[in-house]
Design a protein around this ligand. Structure first.
Ligand SMILES: Nc1ncnc2c1ncn2[C@@H]1O[C@H](COP(=O)(O)OP(=O)(O)OP(=O)(O)O)[C@@H](O)[C@H]1O
Ligand SMILES: [Mg+2]
Length: 276
């Protein structure tokens, strides 16, 4: 018999640079090495308004962090800065392991290559010798439950399968940090639910540090060990939740619903405050 999901939640107060949040207090005592450090980060595009303001974060290696906020609040901007695809205007970001792998909402696979070859290409770019690529690509496809689809081209795959190939390809880059920008947003609820399970399993199996961007509260409550809520205009981290026991969580479990409701309340307040 499986035990019921136990999801303990620690809610942290609004983060400011002077007051460390609960997660950081814990980090000082029982945390492992830090994977990502963000220090006084600010961003504006050209002469436009401030998009991100004074973001300070320390993400532990192996942590699953969900970045949640309303559309346009700067989630993708923050992720792209961590990925090194955008430059900060102020402050600094350090990824301890060097470059991170990124996975976007749109799988963007090469349509003329099979699923296997799409993954192999990432291995080639990493410098994996030709004779090892095939085997490694199949292992990665197997990890995302797609071993049977290695010879299929993207148009022969469903949206969910394409996102799994994209996940395998991100893993092929063999970076310790995986940045995911709404990777399941275009999928139906049931497929998304299935991919949440797969992603959680892959995360536990590979020990990656994951930063997962979403504007779906339930998705964040289902997946995150730590959920960071962003405000809009400018984007700042305004609240955070740490889930101490994430075992056997499911999207329909009461714990996820309760946490989702609490986060939604906060998100609504943020949106109202912003509209005022
Ligand atoms: N390359 C760019 N040049 C100018 N402004 C940009 C650029 N990219 C994003 N912005 C602006 O920065 C703000 C934040 O955008 P961003 O894409 O980071 O938001 P988001 O939280 O990811 O939104 P969504 O949930 O809709 O994906 C928006 O006002 C957007 O118009
Ligand atoms: Mg975005």
């Amino acid at each position: 018999m499986t035990s019921p999901a136990r999801t303990s939640v620690v809610t942290a107060p609004v983060q400011t640079s002077e007051t460390p949040v609960a997660g950081e207090e814990a980090a000082a005592t029982d945390s492992g090495p830090v994977a990502i450090t963000i220090d006084g980060l600010g961003k504006r595009y050209g002469t436009g308004p401030l998009v991100l303001e004074d973001i300070n974060l320390s993400i532990e290696a192996g942590q699953f962090v969900c970045l949640l906020g309303a559309s346009g609040c700067g989630k993708s901007t923050l992720l792209n800065i961590i990925a090194g695809l955008e430059k900060p205007t102020e402050g600094a970001v350090t990824v301890a392991s060097g470059k991170a792998a990124v996975m976007f909402q749109d799988a963007a696979l090469f349509p003329w290559l099979t699923a296997g070859r799409n993954v192999e290409l990432a291995l080639k770019l990493r410098g994996v010798p030709r004779k090892e690529r095939r085997r490694e690509a199949l292992e990665l496809l197997d990890l995302v439950n797609l071993a049977d689809a290695a010879e299929k081209r993207p148009h022969e795959l469903s949206g969910g399968m394409r996102q799994r190939v994209a996940l395998a390809r991100s893993l092929a880059q063999d970076r310790k940090v995986l940045l995911m920008d709404e990777p399941f947003a275009a999928l139906d609820a049931i497929t998304r639910d299935l991919l949440h399970e797969e992603l959680e399993r892959v995360w536990r199996q590979t020990g990656r540090t994951i930063v997962f961007v979403t504007h779906n509260v339930r998705e964040a409550a289902r997946l995150g060990q730590r959920i960071l809520l962003m405000s809009s205009r400018p984007g700042r981290i305004v609240n955070e939740w740490t889930i101490t026991d994430t075992g056997s969580r499911r999207i329909e479990s009461p714990e996820v619903a309760r946490l989702g409701d609490e986060i939604t309340d906060q998100l609504r307040k943020e949106i109202r405050r912003n509209a005022a």
